[in-house]
Design a protein around this ligand. Structure first.
Ligand code: UD1
Length: 362
């Protein structure tokens, strides 16, 4: 069985790593990694392949940045050519980035089966490009691998056949547990932030990159105002995404000297910092899940989440993007007791194993 495993942007790399590793256990599977090139900087791409023990991609499509249409179209053109040349039996796409949508549509039109890992998540917010990517991918996929029970309900209500929907757990958590185990044997001395972490002890770990938060000056300034306020009480460690850096420069955003700006970090170094932080503040989807799995309080700088389980039983609090609501959520997170959280069902590090068993038995 010849399988293409698609990755393009940073969060994809964490999801394909455990799926790829698990594929090596099956002689009948030949799994090839296709990197679309949506992310291309060393820190955004290659550093993750090294950290996550992934081999060099078998195919690199070199799509690069652009508007949504340009980026999606470039991936589609290159991936169509590859599918025509290589004719895989199955294309596995993960998550909700432009590469996910582009490759699923191309594969389906080439009459190749598509498996979507992380199917069924919905924010019900069509201003989010990722929501459009999720809906389109789920409208044509053959296998739906779901991370939380709400995803099953969403797919059923959209008319997807029940026998193709599989609640398998979360590959992001497979990767997290694998890496966290390895990090336990390592004091982190090799990381450039080792000293900073030691010095600060209590700190907030922040990530911020959603277009809805950083592409509007007014919105970014409002969030910066809240962060500057929090920084009067506690240091904030902030690895800055390239999109965010660009907008910070353009809008001349001023941040407190107690907010420590860092370059984008690899997976391990980022985990090394956030797992011991007092609170994580983020607008990332992945960190909402990962903090839930390790019981770290998380404040999500968004109005909604496609991952409701992280709020229902996890450590996540929705803060929106207004100063007052962010400060309120931060205070709530500070008061939370880390012991009172549960890890969602099937977030046990075995999702990839379930995925391959289902694929091979079908
Ligand atoms: C993309 C995903 C988002 C995901 C995020 C993780 C979509 C629609 N969005 O958003 O869901 O959470 O990745 O990072 O697919 N850039 C660089 N170097 C790079 C990559 C990007 O400098 O290696 C800069 C470019 O200026 C680019 C901008 O960042 O225009 C945005 O990159 P893009 O891939 O379009 O979207 P992200 O914001 O990264």
């Amino acid at each position: 069985m010849r399988v293409f495993l698609i990755a393009g942007a940073r969060p994809n790399f964490m999801k394909i790593a455990p799926i790829y590793r698990e594929s090596l256990k099956y002689n009948e599977v030949c799994c090839k990694i296709v990197h679309t090139g949506q992310h291309y900087d060393y820190e955004m791409s290659q550093a993750f392949f090294q950290d996550l023990e992934l081999p060099e991609p078998d195919f690199f499509l070199n799509a690069g940045s652009g508007t949504h249409a340009v980026q999606t179209a470039k991936i589609m053109v290159a991936f169509e050519e590859l599918c025509q040349d290589e004719r895989p039996d199955l294309v596995i796409v993960v998550g909700d980035v432009n590469s996910t949508l582009a490759c699923s549509v191309v594969a389906k039109k080439c009459l190749i089966n598509v498996a979507h890992v992380e199917a069924g998540l919905r924010s019900f917010d069509l201003t989010m490009p990722e929501e459009i990517n999720r809906i389109v991918t789920d409208s044509i996929s053959d296998y739906f691998f779901v991370t939380e029970e709400g995803g099953v309900k969403n797919l059923v209500s959209e008319g997807r056949p029940k026998d193709r929907i599989h609640f398998v757990g979360n590959v992001m958590i497979d990767n997290l547990f694998h890496q966290a185990r390895k990090l336990r044997k390592d004091d982190g001395r090799c990381f450039s932030t080792f000293r900073l972490k030691k010095e600060k002890r209590d700190y907030v770990f922040l990530t911020l990159h959603r277009p809805s938060n950083v592409d509007s000056k007014e919105c970014f300034e409002e969030i910066a105002d809240a962060l500057n306020h929090i920084a009067t009480e506690i240091p904030i460690l902030f690895p800055v995404h390239p999109r965010t850096q660009k907008m910070m420069d353009q809008f001349n955003i001023k941040l407190s000297s107690n907010i420590f700006l860092l370059p984008p970090l690899g997976f391990k170094e980022s985990l090394f910092l956030w797992k011991d932080s007092t609170v994580v503040m983020t607008d990332s989807g992945s960190l909402q899940e990962e903090t839930t799995a390790l019981g770290v309080p998380c404040v999500t700088l968004r109005q909604n989440t496609e991952r409701p389980i992280t709020i229902e039983i996890g450590t996540n609090i929705l803060a929106g993007a207004k100063k007052e609501s962010i400060l309120k959520a931060y205070r709530n997170a500070m008061e939370k007791n880390r012991k009172n959280y549960s890890v969602p069902p099937k977030w046990d590090g075995r999702a990839s194993e379930r995925i391959w068993k289902i694929i091979l038995n079908s």
